[in-house]
Design a protein around this ligand. Structure first.
Ligand SMILES: Nc1ncnc2c1ncn2[C@@H]1O[C@H](COP(=O)(O)OP(=O)(O)OP(=O)(O)O)[C@@H](O)[C@H]1O
Ligand SMILES: [Mg+2]
Length: 259
């Protein structure tokens, strides 16, 4: 899976490249109980690119996302967002990030519009009206009758849409998503994928984890397969064109293929 194009996405270590928005450099995490959840991960996501991480339960995907968010500190290496090392300058790094999660970021007792207003203000976007929020909520496919509903009464897909709307408002150059399509019905999953491609068109760098090989193949520019804390395969969309990704995934999981 190595070719000249791939070497482009692996420039010399620690050299700052402005089009690289998310970068892991020998990023490692050993939890307090001794589990080595992430073992020298190196990856890059450029502006206008979607990178999908696949891998079995416990492979280290959420750990990777949490390190980019600086929810946890690395025990080796570093995660960078727009060139900023997350554990050294967490606030500055976070100002470049949107994290779409159904649970963590949204307020259950606020309506969709109130959540939008709250997060717009936190992001320093003070000039927006409720009509602007409604326009964005419509754009992500949240029906008008849900705009005044409290988030706690939302379905998972509705919360995901609200999360994406907030990411659009924040307009951060990097977007992180942990299993965004898990539990969505086929139509909501389809709409979500369309929204992701819109974020890409806007030049966002998107790093997502997913167990959905087919959606990953459809949407991602780069696919990484993780196993036991290591990135065992990284390949671009073009490189995977004639490949059976599911078969490849199974081969890496069973250990019959190794990088
Ligand atoms: N807070 C923690 N303390 C100790 N070990 C942890 C902690 N969080 C995760 N781990 C361990 O780190 C490893 C990687 O977990 P992680 O949650 O990153 O996997 P994942 O790839 O997101 O899995 P899944 O597909 O199930 O979401 C696992 O062995 C897990 O048990
Ligand atoms: Mg996870």
């Amino acid at each position: 899976m190595k070719n000249s194009e791939q070497s482009l996405s692996h420039p010399e270590k620690f050299k700052v490249d402005t089009s690289v928005m998310l970068e892991a450099l020998d990023l490692s995490k050993r939890y307090e109980d001794g589990v080595l959840a992430l073992d020298r991960l190196n990856l890059q996501v450029r502006s206008g690119q979607i990178f999908a991480m696949l891998g079995a339960n416990g492979a280290g995907k959420t750990t990777t996302i949490n390190l980019f968010l600086n929810y946890i500190d690395p025990t080796g290496g570093e995660a960078r967002v727009n060139g900023i090392t997350t554990h050294k300058n967490p606030l500055q790094a976070k100002s470049n990030l949107s994290y779409v999660s159904e649970n963590v970021t949204l307020y259950p007792n606020f309506t969709a519009l109130q959540n939008m207003d709250f997060f717009a203000r936190i992001a320093g976007k003070n000039g927006l009206s409720y009509a602007d929020y409604a326009e964005i909520l419509n754009r992500v496919g949240l029906q008008t009758e849900a705009h005044h509903k409290k988030l706690k009464d939302f379905s998972k897909g509705m919360r995901q849409k609200c999360g994406i709307a907030i990411a659009i408002i924040k307009d951060a150059p990097a977007v992180l998503l942990d299993e965004p399509t898990a539990g969505l019905d086929p139509q909501a999953g389809r709409e979500f994928i369309d929204l992701l491609s819109r974020l890409r068109e806007e030049g966002k760098a998107v790093l997502m984890s997913t167990h959905d090989i087919f959606r990953a193949r459809e949407i991602a520019d780069e696919i990484g397969i993780m196993s036991a804390g290591r990135l065992v395969l990284q390949a671009g969309k073009d490189e995977l064109a004639g490949e059976d990704l599911e078969k490849l995934y199974m081969e890496y999981m069973s250990g019959s293929k190794q990088n």
